[in-house]
Design a protein around this ligand. Structure first.
Ligand code: F6R
Length: 241
């Protein structure tokens, strides 16, 4: 696992956007694994700008998002499908039919999860997986657990994540308690993984991810075993390394 430290959060986000852009330039029909949350927003902003300037063509790019809240329909203001449309897809020349977010409202969520993994496989696998990290070490919604879950699955969201995500809702009671998430196996199968973390709030978990035990109690720590994983950090997130 390589660690790149940047002076500021914007610089780190721009560097991640450049990595994604070069992947698309190299492979115009690249399969990108995408994340939501606050961290990737400046990355998406930079990609939108590159698209506007004609530097990247997204028309053949395919995407799979990491996760979705169970019970939120695609048009719910806090659904991850809506987030992706608003933060990225509505502003670039991507074919929306080639953008996938797991459904949180499928009648059979297990079947939906299995179909999601099959769709990723049919697309040839993920070329580049973008990740954020939760303060408890989660990646996607793979929360601290006693084992690393392999496939896409339905998960109970940890209380600490409910608290962390309450800022996006009117109050913590409104945060869904379950999600559909790509498993750790799905993330590890990506050919390249880029994790972006900024701010001092992430410093303790980055320290555990990089230098603590590799354990399912800190799900991101498994990235140490990925052959092509990079952490992009600002100085604050790297503050305890
Ligand atoms: C979102 C996701 C989560 C976030 C993590 C960090 O799709 O998979 O793992 O990346 O919760 O969220 P922020 O960026 O809001 O700190």
């Amino acid at each position: 696992m390589q660690v790149h430290v940047f002076g500021g959060a914007d610089e780190a986000a721009r560097a991640v956007a450049m990595v994604i852009a070069s992947e698309i330039l190299k492979k115009p029909d690249a399969v990108l694994g995408l994340a939501t949350g606050s961290t990737p927003v400046p990355v998406y902003r930079a990609l939108i700008e590159m698209g506007r300037q004609g530097l990247i063509d997204f028309s053949r790019v395919r995407t799979f998002n990491l996760d979705e809240y169970v019970g939120l329909s695609p048009d719910h203001p806090q659904s991850y499908r809506r987030f992706m449309n608003e933060q990225l897809f509505d502003h670039i020349n991507i074919n929306k039919a080639n953008t996938r977010v797991p459904s949180g409202v499928a009648a059979d969520l297990r079947a939906e999860a299995a179909a999601y993994d099959r769709a990723i496989e049919a697309a040839g696998g993920i070329d580049l997986q973008l990740l954020g990290i939760g303060v408890n070490g989660h990646i996607g919604f793979n929360e601290p657990a006693s084992a690393f879950p392999h496939a896409t699955h339905v998960v109970d969201i940890a209380p600490s994540t409910v608290q962390a995500n309450a800022r996006f809702f009117d109050n913590a009671d409104e945060v869904p308690r379950r999600a559909v998430t790509l498993g750790i196996g799905g993330i590890m199968a990506a050919r390249r993984v880029v994790l972006l973390a900024v701010g001092r709030g992430k410093a303790p978990v980055i320290q555990k991810t990089v230098a603590g035990d590799a354990t399912p109690d800190v799900p991101a720590s498994i990235l140490r075993f990925h052959p092509n994983a990079q952490l992009f950090l600002d100085r604050e997130a790297a503050g305890l390394l």
